[in-house]
Design a protein around this ligand. Structure first.
Ligand code: BTN
Length: 326
């Protein structure tokens, strides 16, 4: 299994320049038959990378790939926390949770990044599209003494960190959709998933998962309006630089959040609220609530103002969907 993964990685590296590489050259490099190379290429396609095969020329990726590099990230981040880079993993959140349960290697700030996730987890049981070498999939561990209820507030705070990072790379401005979506021009570019384990009001373990679309390959299908960072800038994006900056933004937000939760951050969130003042519908299962979006309060609850009665309804969870303004 390990050798198979290694062979795929070697092939991906060879193809990452975006030029044709012949099947024969790959076979010689790996000491494998050309049939075995062809099998690995099929496997690479299942990781979300589009590899073209042209008779007489060999294999080529749709576009060049700049791969993540653990050393480079550490150097750019200039901090002393543990960062581990994986190539293929089921889910960085799931991996970190397993590590927590099975080892004692995980301490505050422990970070897992992967080039690809085979079972990337989104909110509400959704799948998070995680093609190889295209985006950022990152999970980080924090310990809390304040119980599980901290998770919801933390994920709101992290949305600010993710937006602040994205804004350093794009021409426009990334905004937030309650509770955890980051949008550019109303299309989702990133999401946050905080998974918590432990006591409701004591020691608990928080695994924060962040996925950011950087450069979506053409062959990926997603069932909601999406965008990526690359489509919102004319510059090339170095994902190593992006990860380092994201980690720094997370650090900054964590300092404020640990000191006073959302006490100051809620107004920052509200300045980034994509739906501020708009008529929205909040759906939770079959239930729906409509009102003017007033942003969040200092507990992280979403406030909707009823159009007729002007009474304010507060929501603690659910799926927000925007209804067209009349
Ligand atoms: C959402 O649905 O908006 C949340 C998406 C969170 C995706 C990230 S990618 C890194 C981490 N590992 C996972 O399996 N999910 C999160």
């Amino acid at each position: 299994m390990r050798a198979e993964t290694d062979a795929k990685l070697i092939i991906i590296k060879e193809l990452s320049r975006g030029q044709f590489v012949s099947g024969q050259a790959l076979a010689e490099l790996l000491n494998l038959s050309r049939t075995a190379v062809a099998k690995h290429i099929k496997g690479i396609n299942t990781l979300g990378l589009e590899v073209f095969s042209v008779k007489g020329k060999g294999y080529r990726l749709a576009e060049p790939l700049s791969l993540l590099n653990e050393e480079k990230i550490r150097h750019l981040y200039r901090h002393n926390s543990t960062i581990t880079l994986h190539h293929v993993i089921d889910s960085t959140n799931a991996h970190l949770i397993r590590m927590l349960r099975e080892t004692n290697e995980v301490s505050d700030g422990y970070t897992v990044i992967s080039e690809c996730q085979t079972h990337g987890r989104g909110r509400r049981g959704r799948e998070w599209a995680s093609p190889y070498g295209s985006h950022v999939y990152l999970s980080r561990y924090y310990q809390s003494q304040d119980g599980l209820s901290e998770a919801a507030g933390l994920s709101l705070a992290l949305g600010i960190a993710v937006s602040n990072c994205i804004n350093q790379f794009i021409e426009g401005t990334a905004k937030l959709k309650w509770p955890n979506d980051v949008l550019i021009n109303d299309k989702k570019v990133a999401g946050v998933l905080v998974e918590a384990e432990g006591q409701s009001d004591g020691l608990c373990h928080l695994v924060i998962g962040i996925g950011v679309n950087i450069n979506m390959p053409n062959n990926i299908e997603i069932d909601q309006p999406w965008t990526d960072v690359k489509s919102n800038t004319n510059s090339n994006i170095d994902r190593n630089e992006f990860v380092a900056r994201l980690l720094r933004e997370i650090d900054k937000i964590m300092i404020t959040f640990k000191q006073n939760r959302l006490e100051t951050l809620y107004s920052v969130w509200n300045e980034m609220n994509a739906y501020e003042g708009l008529l929205v519908t909040l759906s939770s299962g079959k239930e729906q609530k409509q009102g003017k979006c007033l942003g969040i309060d200092d507990t992280g609850s979403l406030m909707l103002e009823d159009e007729l009665t002007k009474r304010i309804f507060k929501a603690y969870g659910g799926e927000l969907s925007l209804r067209k303004a009349r």
